[in-house]
Design a protein around this ligand. Sequence first.
Ligand code: FAD
Length: 345
Amino acid sequence: DAIVKDEEEVQSKINIDDYKGVWVFAEQRSGEVLNVSIELLGEGRKIADKRGVELSAVLLGKDLDENAEKLVKYGADKVLKVDHEKLENYTTDAYAKVISDLIEDKKPEIMLIGATTIGRDLGPRVSAKVATGLTADCTRLEIDEEDGKLLQTRPAFGGNLMATIVCPNNRPQMSTVRPGVMEKAKYNENAVGTIENIEVAFKDGDLKTEVLEIVKSEKETVALDEAPIIVAGGRGVQTIEGFELLEKLSEKLGGVVGASRAAVDEGWIEHSHQVGQTGTTVRPKLYIAAGISGAIQHLAGMQSSDCIVAINKNPDAPIFKVADYGIVGDLFEVIPELLEALDNV
Ligand code: FAD
């Protein structure tokens, strides 16, 4: 009840017309801006142009000059740069506080965040703090031609239908967006924009967590959504050893190994490699699908790849419908032949 009352109070104070501009949260990992943030700058640019407003990147962390410049070159009209030692590593309370304070101060109309582990944590906290709605895990964004509202589309009911959601009365309109589904912004060395340094101060009690140490997982992490080449295997790969064959091919091509859910469920490869609706959405330059039938939930995660090569022994496998090149054959014969051919290149 208290929350509803709070929301009503906030709503009654909101004048939607006060809110202007499109913001993109520029997420970094080990000092590098993530691809998803560059994708959101690409999408944000289109939306900002349609609305006739500025596109801003929100960059939090420490020693940010280089990345701030980079964001301008990727099309941000403005970078809101918050440089503070307490923001060097992501913590929910510090980041949510700084961003929600900024929103209350500057009133953006739209805020886009990558649906990464961090984005999925940050988005709801910020939207709750500023009492607005959030559409999680969007795969399409559009501006309604009639009323200028953001139409946020995401899979619903296990991917069986797509739901388009609007945020009618509150602002900003907030979305988290899946990595890999939007096109990256183009880099322009000569682009100009402003970088605004924002000073923040934390009071006692503002921050309830502190990062003491970062321990990297011993398992190699797979950056599926960042990989330009993916060699993915499905149930047709049959065993852990089968995946070693795919590993050889991906190594030779300079890519990473992906998998269907069937292969993950069989325990041949870890879930972090899964591509699809309940895995990662990818958009590499080259996607090789070996022994994968092409179920709709798998296609949802890879069909925007630039070039799809399918290897399957069933000529009627649905994967061939989305493939640019199809090889009908046994992957245990085709892949060794490919490896041999690559040796001779
Ligand atoms: P199969 O459908 O069994 O296909 C195996 C293929 O390998 C066949 O086409 C066969 O002809 C071929 N093959 C066999 N042997 C060989 C050989 N020696 N050489 C060449 N080809 C061979 N799936 C995902 O992948 N990702 C997801 O994120 C995902 N999320 C889901 C979410 C929900 C809510 C649901 C209900 C399902 C989800 N699925 C997901 C599962 C999906 O529906 C399929 O079951 C799964 O993708 C099938 O995996 P597969 O293609 O490897 O296996």
